[in-house]
Design a protein around this ligand. Structure first.
Ligand code: AMP
Ligand code: ZN
Length: 463
């Protein structure tokens, strides 16, 4: 039985797709004005695990991810600058160049972390017409009002606005911390369409029945979800910061416009934090994946670190934690290489009763709201179990790694440099037909725990 914690109902619920064995999954994508930081990437790793667990349960997943390339302002209260325009100014490029560069970089990050690509990518700027159409529907139904700054959604018109918040009713008052747009009726109202400013020319703007401008951030996901998955769809995800504003406002538009809940399940990943609190650009303490790679870390060590915490718990990032994760992954990889060498080709019928029990336990853990820390602990326990055959262990490694995504079957044995040099020297002796010397080296290498096999393509070494 597959269970997920649903933010909407505030409890763990049994998951069943709306359509047989097909799952519609929507995950809010990046705002492509800057590099994704490792906090953002934690959320994408959590969503990748979710997708892999669905696939492990033999569901076919249609996964949609948007690229926010317009309309996300520097403040969630509909004030501030469009992040893309800000990025363009910073780098003296066009907004389109900025979006293109950071989208490509984001895709590279996903690849480095072995995150499976979504089935569909959509850019906000490719659905402007559909967004205008939705705003027109909302306008016709009386959910909007127009002020100098743009067209706004009137949150007081929707009876159950804010259902995603639960008991933690959002206390926002315009004032010191929330700078409210002039003319906005309620602090929870949000921009559907912003008018282009008169004083500066925006790079991205479109004509619309309301006036020239650009869409607000919360409309794109509703339109894309409806277009690609149909609504309601099965699962919608993001980081916890999306609960109060972005996802709440997506739900509001879907209910007001289409009289339908946008999605059945809402899953939210907790934040990655630093010892000293939040990671934030304004604090200047952002870490990106490239920094870690430059420091010599394997990006999959970061993936491993994320697996050690449940997605609904905060995870503290530090280089020490990452080093520990890297050591864990190295140890694991070596074990897998040893197992691979000791087991010949494995077929599932090779698995005995004990191994099958491990598979069942693993399934129960991952199906219990993605309990990765426990699944990882079970993984290590399985490797240490003396009652399992090596080939059974190897078969389980390959099976579990479908969910972990640590690329364990692709690990190649690293032969120490010292051994490699000895083997090279032996080869030279052999070419000179100095057999005795070559043999001495072979013995030496064997004493050090490595085996040499001479093949047509040269000498092959293994542990
Ligand atoms: P953004 O590009 O700002 O829209 O954020 C991309 C994703 O990262 C969203 O799902 C956010 O909820 C999530 N996110 C932002 N900061 C963090 C963090 N520190 N830890 C985990 N997820 C985060
Ligand atoms: Zn979204």
């Amino acid at each position: 039985m597959l269970k997920f914690y649903n933010t909407l109902s505030r409890k763990k619920e049994v998951f069943k797709p709306l359509k047989n064995k097909k799952v519609g999954l929507y995950t809010c994508g990046p705002t492509v004005y800057w590099f994704a930081h490792v906090g953002n990437l934690r959320t994408y790793i959590f969503e990748d695990i979710l997708k892999r667990v669905l696939e492990y349960n033999k569901y076919k997943v249609k996964h949609v991810m948007n690229i926010t390339d317009v309309g996300h302002l520097t403040s969630d209260a509909d004030t501030g600058e469009d992040k893309l325009e800000k990025g363009a100014k910073r780098e003296n490029k066009t907004v389109w160049q900025i979006a293109d560069f950071y989208t490509k970089h984001f895709k590279k990050d996903l690849k480095n972390l072995n995150i499976k690509e979504p089935s569909v990518w959509i850019k906000a700027t490719d659905t402007i017409k559909e967004q205008i159409d939705l705003i027109k529907i909302l306008e016709k139904k009386g959910f909007t009002y127009k002020i100098k700054d743009g067209v706004y959604f009137d949150s007081s018109k929707l009876k159950n606005y804010g259902q995603l918040w639960g008991s933690k009713k959002r206390e926002i008052k315009a004032g010191a911390r929330v700078k409210m747009v002039k003319g906005k009726k309620h602090p929870t109202d949000f921009a559907l369409w912003k008018f282009s400013p008169q004083e500066v020319k925006r790079q991205m703007e479109w004509d619309s029945p309301f006036g020239k401008g650009f869409p607000g951030w919360h409309t794109e996901c509703v339109v894309m979800g409806a277009k690609e998955l149909g609504i309601p769809f099965d699962i919608h995800c993001g980081g916890i910061d999306h609960i109060q504003i972005h996802h709440t406002n997506e739900i509001a538009q879907s209910e007001a416009g289409f009289n339908k809940t946008l999605a059945r399940f809402w899953l939210h990943g907790e934040f990655l934090i630093l010892k000293k609190g939040r990671m934030g650009k304004s604090k200047g303490n952002i870490v990106i994946l490239d920094d870690l790679i430059k420091k010599g870390f394997n990006p999959l060590s970061y993936r491993y670190l994320c697996l050690t915490a449940h997605y609904r718990s905060q995870l503290t990032f530090s280089l020490e934690n990452l080093k520990a994760a890297q050591n864990g992954l190295k140890k694991l990889s070596q074990r897998v290489i040893d197992l691979k060498q000791q087991s010949s080709k494995v077929k599932s019928r090779d698995i005995g009763q004990k191994a099958r029990t491990y598979k069942k336990r693993f399934l129960n853990l991952v199906n219990d709201d993605l309990n990765m820390p426990k699944a990882l602990a079970l993984f290590w326990k399985m490797l240490d179990n003396k009652n399992l055959l090596e080939k059974e262990k190897y078969s389980l490694v390959l099976d579990f790694d479908k969910v972990f995504g640590l690329n364990l079957d692709k690990k190649k044995e690293k032969i120490p440099k010292q051994i490699q040099e000895l083997v090279k020297k032996r080869q030279e002796y052999r070419e000179k037909k100095q057999w005795q010397r070559a043999d001495e080296i072979r013995k030496k290498v064997e004493k050090m725990g490595y085996k040499i096999k001479d093949t047509k393509k040269g000498a092959k070494v293994s542990k």
